[in-house]
Design a protein around this ligand. Structure first.
Ligand code: NAD
Length: 346
């Protein structure tokens, strides 16, 4: 593998320079463990602008980047439907991989990619950013400490503005874009799998007509608890915050909740906004959950360590979203398919 012959820093490339890929670029540039060496995007104007701004090489395709052999690690930030083939090529090239969520939207690909990653000797880490959100980590600790007693029910919400649906342009569903964050967090925090789901979707669709504006579902956890989930990308553009999210669990001894609506900063006058401050760089250093996620990935590459977010867990979240979408289509209660056992073959 190419992986880190010089163990002081990781030579990293970002593939896909859309909304999240550009954040990866900025974070790697500010990270002492990273040297950004290249960017990839088929849009010439975008890749040239980023390459000029950052002083790194630019390629039109992943194949061109891999042929050059200059990267120890890659952040793959392309649209969901490209993840499987590109992730497979990156792992086969012996390059460490940070794979944006969802790892794929196809259940067979989720199994196959999990097997490929587990059989490889590179770091493959799914980009489930809530794992690096201190409040969600504290929620997991509270459940693990038994503070809630027996978890009985809960509620998850993740709503974005309609411009996010416009950007996705029908290529992926709101459950795969937003809901999968909460599903992974739920399974991680409760240390339980979702076993069955029910769901309905809005008749209203985003501008391409291909994807519902909102999906509302009910998830059953292995021990019997029921959790409602709301995933939507129809908030108006003048809504005061980009993210209106909630995570609530109620047990027989206590209830916990996390709210991502008001981060404590208000700008009033000429409109009213609630800016999200978590991702902004501070004194030249990247901070916030995404920076912590990418920093953790870099440390795993340098130390040959197992990432705290596994492909098996990410594949499990994919299977829950697939079940939600089958429940919307059928109107039935749908059992969540298990992830194929390790070494079962794809
Ligand atoms: N972890 C998070 O919080 C988070 C947030 C947003 C998006 N995401 C995920 O990141 C991925 C990208 O989302 P986005 O919102 O940035 O999308 P986007 O549409 O803004 O950007 C996608 C980029 O990929 C480029 N691209 C298309 N085909 C390519 C190819 N073959 N090779 C290289 N680049 C290619 C496009 O030109 C575009 O620049 C999605 O899987 C999404 O779910 C994760």
């Amino acid at each position: 593998m190419n992986a880190n012959p010089d163990r002081s820093h990781v030579k990293v490339a970002v593939v896909g320079l859309g909304a999240i890929g550009q954040e990866h670029v900025d974070i790697y540039r500010a990270a002492p463990e990273a040297e950004l060496v290249a960017v990839v995007d088929p849009r010439a104007d975008v890749r040239e602008e980023v390459a000029t701004r950052t002083g790194v090489a630019a390629y039109a395709t992943l194949a061109d980047l891999l042929a050059e052999g200059a990267a120890d690690a890659i952040s793959l930030c392309t649209p969901d439907h490209l993840h499987f083939e590109d992730a497979t090529s990156i792992i086969a090239a012996g390059v460490h991989l940070l794979l944006e969520k969802p790892i794929t939207t196809d259940p067979a690909e989720a199994d196959a990619l999990t097997q490929i990653a587990e059989a490889s000797d590179v770091v493959v880490m799914p980009g489930h950013t809530l794992r690096f959100e201190p409040r969600y980590a504290a929620a997991r600790q509270a459940v693990a400490d038994g503070r809630l007693g027996q978890v009985q029910h809960g509620y998850l919400r993740r709503d974005n503005k309609v411009s996010v649906a416009d950007r996705a342009a029908g290529r992926t569903s709101v459950a795969f874009f937003l809901g999968i964050h909460d599903i992974d967090a739920l399974q991680w925090i409760t240390d339980q799998q979702v076993t069955e789901v029910q769901a309905l979707a809005t008749g209203a669709t985003e501008r391409t007509g291909q994807q519902a504006m909102a999906v509302l579902g009910t998830l059953r956890l292995a021990d019997g608890a029921v959790v409602q989930i709301e995933s939507a990308w129809n908030l108006p553009e003048d809504y005061p915050t980009d993210l209106d999210a909630a995570f609530r669990l109620v047990g027989n001894e206590a209830a916990l909740s996390v709210h991502s609506f008001d981060a404590g900063m208000h700008v009033a006058g000429g409109g009213f906004t609630l800016p999200m401050t978590a991702g902004a760089s501070l004194y030249g250093a990247a901070q916030g959950p995404l920076a912590l996620e990418l920093g953790t990935f870099l440390r795993c590459c340098l130390d040959d360590a197992v990432p705290p977010v596994t492909m098996r867990q990410a594949a499990s979240a994919v299977k829950v979203v697939i079940a939600l979408e089958e429940a919307v289509a059928s109107g039935l209660t749908v059992a969540v398919a298990p992830v194929a056992a390790a070494g079962a073959g794809a």
